[in-house]
Structures are given as structure tokens and as C-alpha cells.
Write a protein that binds this ligand. Structure first.
Ligand code: AMP
Ligand code: MG
Length: 603
């Protein structure tokens, strides 16, 4: 049983102004008993302590029959019950369990000095491992870098602080010291020791990288009118309102007979004619009359009810509906039922796909206003990179990234302007960048952005525009350059073929979509059960290549493609998803749920 952690964003616990400390142990170790004995010592020392405990999903604090219970069952999605001595907020989460970070925000941080956590073994935050040899379970600390100390009844070979699990005084002193150190360290911000891995401004989380890029790029303004049949994948630049009623006229939802509802009960009806789809019956229907009607055909004036063919018995000129239960108005689609004339159909920013093409055509429109295609100038860099079709010289590699990127850009309906491979030469690089900025909306390169080998791009871009070299706390894809030349955004993607794709998916695609005019696009992320153990490093977002499938129980399960080297492009070809292990998580065990990003339709 685990509490899900929001994996896409960096955890807020790093911003938490309170020390957070967990107790990790197998059941039977006596976690609760120990905490129960510990709390009086901590409160006696003046600490105000909050406790977060994870429980079974059937757990309820309320009791059946109590007023609060009845009100919740009656539909209160949040129930705050308050008395002189305490209050409790119960929040129903029927769709998904609340995330760990979110739960932490529920505490009143002004009123606490420390939060202790019982359970939540797989979530990354500092913990003390509790262990009793008699319980007969393995140690957790060798596989969990979040364990900062152990409290046990035997000694281990480890650098970790060791406490006796039966020595409450020592454990409580450890917790007090931990809390005091946290508060001492967080007081004067300037005196905090800087860790280059977490505090360096050049080290960004995936989320921060995306936010920076999205705030720097803007939708293009040029638009054009396109024939509907040529509009697939484009983005609407203007709203579409329905010029007509859909359906345009009242029509039958069934093959059957149209009658007047006031005639229901008559023994038989005279069949006046047969109305096929695309035709009509010109006269108003009179008392005792029916017309045989096909699905989609207009219902004659006067008629308002259709009885399906299966319930009718026609004999020559006459039809009877012996056993049919007839409701006035049944099986008739009203004019404007789907869309009334003037009603908004699509807003600007809507990407046009198959359903939208059909919808637009159903309104009788032949053209649509869309943003023009986004132009992307693309080139590879590096003296070792050689064009396919040329002879290798033994110490070069073929340029694959430019082709991968062409595919990714075509998938997004961009126009690619191919500048080929640009040698490591500053003058050449500057020429290319100037030309690219003039002809394209985005400039994109791969390679040459790792620290130490960025010289040509860096110096050229510094002369022409602006460039930042970021280290993104992710794998693969750590180096990323982002800047601009003449207001044209520049993306310098890493050289490694897998890193190129993972960086594109995370950073370029959202930017491209925003520039194309799409609003607030979000990638699809779903949860799948891991069918193998997965590891990551705390603070880093790990993207493994994965293969998901639905197992016999109908569950979505995922495994990796195997070796995960960032140069192994084959792994991207075999994968149908990326497995995303967010910064807050460092291990995912078999059977636990993990975030996956399906790649279908994206690469
Ligand atoms: P770099 O980021 O330039 O240090 O490159 C990292 C790795 O990616 C090196 O092994 C490069 O040879 C490789 N690489 C760079 N550019 C390309 C490319 N266009 N196609 C395939 N591999 C590349
Ligand atoms: Mg290089």
C-alpha cells in the first residue's frame, strides 16, 4: 500500500518550512507503539508535532449513525466537524488518493514544529529505519538512501547513526536534534551551505525548465484559410460558431412510421407514402395517417412521433402498432438538437483532428481559419557527425538526430527547414544562425551543449542573441541550451540520440504547441503497475523506455525495454511509453504504480 506522489512536479516538501521525519519498518515492528511513547517526550521538550499516518483505504474516523457520517453519505465532499476541543476535516477522495505532498499542505504549518510520518515507505523523505531481528525481515537501509539513521536491536556495518530501538531517550534526542538542526539551518537564509547539485541556479527541475521555456515563447500571429480536407493537425485561429441548426430539420431516429401523437390508440393508420432519407413528404399529416420513414428522413409537418418498424404490422395500405408502448415525441430528433444556430462549436486554439474535420464539414463549411504552419530550422553540430550516404572515415558517426527530429516535427505538423550538419566553426555557425532566424520560427540543433564542448554554439549565440546553458535534473537529457536569435527561440538539444527525443518530448513539444496557438496542452500521463523494480535518484526525474500492456486482469502493467543507455536509440523504437519516476521517488517495487507517458501518436 503506497500513497501516490505527484511525479510531474518537484515536491513541495523541499519548500516545506517544517522538518519532516518518517519511521520506516515492516509491520510487527511496533511503529505506532514507539511513536506513542515518543510523542510525550517531544512535546515535553516544547515541540508541537503533527503526525501523518497512512491507512487502509476502507479506514474511516467517522462512525455510522453519527451526524457527520450521515451528512457525508448524503453528499458532503468535505465535512468539517468542530467542537470546543478539536476539529476534523474529512475530505472524500473517491477518484484518486490524495498525493503525499498535498497531504502535507493540509497541516497548519504555523502551529507545528515537526511533522512525523508513519508508513509511506516508498516516498522519498528522511526516515529512521526501525527493525527488530525477531520480526525476521530484511534491512531497508541498503536500498533506501532516504534512511538517515537506524534504530534496531542489533548492530550493523554502516556509517549511519545507530540507535537502540529500546532506548526511547536516545531516539527522542535524535528527533529533537534533527528538528533543531532544521530550524537553525532555515533561519538565516544566507548562512545556508550551498550544495551545487540542488542550489546552483543552472540546475533546474523538468518542471522549472518547461515553465521557463513556456514563458519565453509566444503564439505566432499569421493565419490562413485552408480547405477543410487540408486542415488535419492544424490549430484554429478563430472561433467557429454554427451557421445552421444541426440537425437542420426534425428527423427520424429510427426506421419506422411517423404519426401524430394525438392519434395514439387508433387501431390502424393509413400509410400515405414512404419517406427515404434525403426526401420529404410535402403535406401535413392528417388524423389517422402515417408515413413510412427511414432513419434521418424529415418528419412531416403534424407528425411528432416515430414507432420503430419492428413494432409495426403493415397490411397493404394500413399499419397497426398492436403491442407497442408509444410515448409522444419518441424517436424524433429535433432541429438544432446537436447544435443551435449561432452556438459556439470550437474556440481558437483547438487542434483540428478527424472529429473536428467532420464537425466543421457538418456545418456546411468548406474552409477553416488556422494558424500558418510553424517553421523550424534544424541542424546538427559536431565534427564527428556525418551525413548518411557519405563514406565514414572511421572516427565519425552518422547523423541520426536530425532525422529523429524531422520525424518529431512532422508529427507536430511543422515545416522543417533543413540546414544539414554545421561544422564546429564560429563564422559558419553565426551565418547559419542568422539565416535560420530569418527563415524560421524556431531554431533547433542537437549536440554540443554539454559543459566543455559548447564553445561554437555558445560563442556564436552570445554574439548574436542570448543563450542559457541549463543542467536539467533528469536522465537522460541533462544538458539543454535555450536562448534566442533575433527573437527566434533557440533550442540546443543534447547529442545523445535518446536524450534528444526525451528532451524534445518534455521541452520542445509543449513550446511548439504553444507557438502553434494551442492552449495549455498537457501530455497524457497515466498510472501503470511496475512489473519490475525501478530505481531513480532522489531529486532527479528519470525517464526509462517502457513497454506497457494490459494483463489478463485488465490492469495496465509496464516494464522497461532493458538496457537504458542514452545512446541506444533502439530502446526508443521498442518502447511504447516513457516511464517517469519523479524527483520525489527513488524506488518503485514490483506491483507498485508508476507514471507512464504513452508515446503513441507523439513520436
Ligand atoms: P555531445 O552532446 O555533442 O557531447 O554528444 C553526445 C553524444 O551524442 C556523442 O556520442 C555524439 O557523438 C552523439 N551525437 C551528437 N550529435 C549526434 C547526431 N546528430 N546524431 C547522432 N549522434 C550524435
Ligand atoms: Mg560533442
Amino acid at each position: 500500500m503506497t500513497i501516490p506522489v505527484r511525479q510531474t512536479n518537484d515536491r513541495q516538501t523541499s519548500a516545506l518550512k517544517l522538518p519532516l521525519l518518517g519511521f520506516a519498518a515492516y509491520s510487527g515492528t511496533g511503529k505506532t507503539t514507539l511513536l506513542e511513547a515518543l510523542l510525550p517526550k517531544l512535546t515535553a521538550a516544547g515541540l508541537r508535532v503533527g503526525v501523518l499516518k497512512h491507512a487502509h483505504h476502507h479506514f474511516d474516523v467517522d462512525k455510522p449513525g453519527k451526524d457527520s457520517y450521515r451528512l457525508r453519505k448524503a453528499g458532503a465532499s468535505q465535512m468539517l466537524i468542530a467542537s470546543r476541543n478539536r476539529h476534523a476535516l474529512m475530505t472524500e477522495t473517491p477518484d484518486a488518493e490524495a498525493e503525499f505532498d498535498y497531504l502535507l499542505t493540509r497541516f497548519d504549518h504555523q502551529q507545528l514544529d515537526l511533522i512525523l510520518v508513519e508508513g509511506c515507505k516508498n516516498i522519498a523523505f528522511p526516515k529512521i529505519e526501525l527493525r527488530r531481528a525477531a520480526v525476521g525481515k530484511p534491512w531497508l537501509y541498503p536500498n533506501d538512501s532516504n534512511i538517515i539513521a537506524v534504530a534496531a536491536d542489533e548492530k550493523i556495518e554502516s556509517e549511519l547513526p545507530q540507535l537502540n530501538i529500546n532506548d526511547l531517550q536516545a531516539i527522542s534526542q535524535f528527533v529533537l536534534d534533527y528538528a533543531h538542526e532544521f530550524h537553525a539551518a532555515s533561519k538565516p537564509a544566507s548562512s545556508q551551505p550551498a550544495s551545487c547539485d540542488t542550489l546552483s541556479p543552472a540546475f533546474l527541475s523538468v518542471t522549472e525548465g518547461v515553465e521557463k521555456i513556456l514563458s519565453a515563447v509566444h503564439p505566432i500571429s499569421d493565419t490562413e484559410m485552408l480547405a477543410v480536407e487540408a486542415s488535419y493537425g492544424r490549430v484554429l485561429s478563430d472561433a467557429i460558431e454554427s451557421p445552421i441548426n444541426v440537425p437542420a430539420y426534425r428527423n427520424s431516429a429510427m426506421d419506422g412510421y411517423a404519426i401524430r401523437s394525438e392519434d395514439v390508440g387508433l387501431e390502424q393508420f393509413e400509410v400515405m407514402c414512404e419517406v427515404l432519407a434525403g426526401h420529404g413528404y410535402p403535406q401535413p399529416l392528417q388524423a389517422g395517417q402515417a408515413v413510412k420513414i427511414m432513419t434521418g428522413a424529415p418528419v412531416p409537418a403534424g407528425a411528432d412521433t416515430v414507432i420503430m418498424r419492428e413494432q409495426a404490422k403493415q397490411d397493404g395500405q394500413f399499419v397497426a402498432f398492436a403491442d407497442a408502448v408509444i410515448k409522444a415525441g419518441q424517436n424524433v430528433r429535433q432541429a438544432g438538437e446537436d447544435l443551435a444556430q449561432g452556438q459556439s462549436v470550437f474556440l481558437p486554439g483547438q487542434r483540428i483532428q478527424s472529429a473536428e474535420m467532420g464537425m466543421i464539414a457538418s456545418l456546411g463549411m468548406t474552409t477553416v481559419p488556422v494558424y500558418r504552419r510553424l517553421k523550424v530550422a534544424l541542424f546538427s553540430t559536431g565534427d564527428e557527425v556525418q551525413a548518411p550516404g557519405t563514406e565514414t572515415n572511421g572516427h565519425s558517426i552518422y547523423d541520426s538526430n536530425r532525422y529523429t527530429l524531422m520525424g518529431l516535427l512532422q508529427q507536430l505538423n511543422c515545416e522543417v527547414i533543413d540546414f544539414g550538419i554545421i561544422e564546429d566553426d564560429e563564422i559558419l555557425m553565426m551565418d547559419t544562425l542568422v539565416q535560420a532566424a530569418q527563415s524560421a520560427d524556431i531554431i533547433m540543433t542537437s549536440g554540443g551543449v554539454s559543459v566543455g564542448d559548447a564553445d561554437f554554439i555558445k560563442s556564436a549565440l552570445e554574439k548574436l542573441g542570448r543563450i542559457d546553458f541549463w543542467r536539467i535534473n533528469m536522465r537522460p537529457g541533462r544538458p539543454l541550451a535555450f536562448g534566442e536569435v533575433d527573437n527566434t527561440p533557440f533550442f540546443g538539444l543534447p547529442g545523445n540520440p535518446v536524450a534528444v527525443m526525451v528532451s524534445f518530448i518534455n521541452f520542445v513539444e509543449p513550446a511548439v504547441r504553444k507557438m502553434q496557438g494551442e492552449h495549455d496542452w498537457q501530455p497524457l500521463k497515466v498510472q501503470a503497475l511496475a512489473s519490475e523494480d525501478l530505481r531513480s535518484r532522489q531529486g532527479r526525474t528519470e525517464f526509462s523506455r517502457g513497454i506497457y500492456h494490459v494483463n489478463h486482469q485488465g490492469q495496465l502493467v509496464v516494464q522497461t525495454t532493458g538496457k537504458q543507455g542514452s545512446g541506444i536509440l533502439r530502446s526508443m523504437s521498442e518502447a511504447n511509453c516513457l516511464i517517469e519516476i519523479g524527483p520525489a521517488i527513488d524506488t518503485v517495487k514490483v506491483g507498485e504504480s508508476v507514471t507512464i507517458i504513452p508515446l503513441q501518436g507523439r513520436i
